[in-house]
Write a protein that binds this ligand. Structure first.
Ligand SMILES: NC(=O)c1ccc[n+]([C@@H]2O[C@H](COP(=O)([O-])OP(=O)(O)OC[C@H]3O[C@@H](n4cnc5c(N)ncnc54)[C@H](OP(=O)(O)O)[C@@H]3O)[C@@H](O)[C@H]2O)c1
Length: 300
């Protein structure tokens, strides 16, 4: 979802790598190589031998609820499951290959590396040191970040939060999913106590291009400068889509998290973004992002 936007808007030619050739989805790419991130030595060889000067890793196991089922008591490679291999180990392998072959590397990451007790979080805030209050997804992504930092001191990490965009039917982001569920009459109660900072995906593309050009080192955040709640976000989005005030049920993430079957998610989450301004990147507020989404998506 995020990588496809980069492919469509990159200022530079891109050789894609992964499981699915983006050209089969109508997306532009100069070429494509099959690379499965769970095959560490193949990944490393691929990274080291490619001629490109920059590599960006968009790939991850991103389904937070399904990744939660892979949680284990001991996060070792043999016990950690697919998300451990793809989200935690593979970024370190890519970072090592990039370091050995002198390439600049950027890893995509998330505000789910924080426990959500004190967000929005700045680039300088420390990610949660234990998995206790994180989703397994968040823990594996944080372990991926840690390995990138260990293996490659010149790499960049770009964290985003609840990314949304227009025109990508293959996967609905949370915003387009809200509209689809509202229309189907299946919208659940919307949290009024969760705070987050949704990322307008074109901002992530612009941030990556700026980081690549500046060879930005370390952690960068790209997200809405103002926080919102799922309730507030849905209300404005559905007003803009239908022109009428939507009738929405209110819910509480804190109450939901008290139930043992609920996957942990940051309550006070989101990202404070300081560093991208220094690279000249304007970040889109969530209200402006909704207006852009509605203008581009043209829901009927
Ligand atoms: N979505 C969010 O809410 C969110 C929030 C914050 C941060 N992020 C981060 O942003 C990045 C992009 O997220 P996204 O939502 O665009 O993800 P996405 O739509 O789920 O895409 C993930 C991509 O990873 C590929 N992939 C998965 N397993 C692979 C493997 N074993 N080998 C090779 N490729 C594999 C998938 O390939 P196939 O197409 O073949 O399945 C897919 O193209 C991720 O790093 C994610 O952690 C996402």
């Amino acid at each position: 979802m995020v990588g496809s936007h980069f492919l469509q808007h990159s200022r530079y030619p891109v050789h894609a790598a992964g499981r699915t050739d983006p050209r089969s989805l109508g997306l532009p790419a100069e070429g494509f190589s099959v690379v499965r991130l769970e095959r560490g030595s193949e990944v490393e060889r691929f990274v080291e031998t490619r001629p490109e000067a920059v590599i960006v890793n968009f790939a991850a196991r991103t389904d937070v609820d399904s990744v939660e089922r892979e949680r284990t008591a001991s996060p070792t490679p043999s016990q950690g499951g697919e998300a451990w291999s793809i989200n935690a180990l593979a970024p370190g392998t890519i970072a090592r290959g990039a370091q050995r072959s002198g390439k600049y590397f950027v890893q995509l990451s998330t505000d789910f590396v924080f426990d959500g007790t004190a967000g929005p979080y700045a680039e300088t805030d420390l990610r949660s040191p234990t998995s206790d209050h994180l989703s397994w997804y968040g823990w594996t992504k944080g372990e991926g970040e840690r390995r990138v930092e260990e293996e490659n001191p010149t790499a960049g990490i770009l964290r985003i939060s609840y990314p949304f965009r227009s025109a990508f039917p293959r996967k609905l982001d949370f915003a387009r999913a809200l509209v689809a569920k509202h229309r189907a009459g299946t919208l659940p109660p919307l949290y009024t106590d969760q705070r987050f900072t949704p990322t307008w995906i074109p901002d992530a593309t612009r941030a990556l291009q700026a980081m690549m050009e500046a060879r930005g080192v370390g952690i960068f955040h790209a997200a809405s400068p103002e926080t919102t709640t799922p309730y507030e976000f849905a209300r404005r989005l559905l007003q803009r889509v239908s022109g009428a005030e939507p009738v929405l049920d209110r819910g509480s993430l804190r109450k939901a998290l008290a139930r043992p079957e609920t996957t942990p998610r940051p309550v006070l989450g989101g990202l404070r973004c300081h560093r991208l301004a220094q690279l000249g990147v304007h970040l889109t507020g969530w209200r402006e992002g909704i207006d852009l989404l509605v203008a581009e998506e043209r829901w009927k």
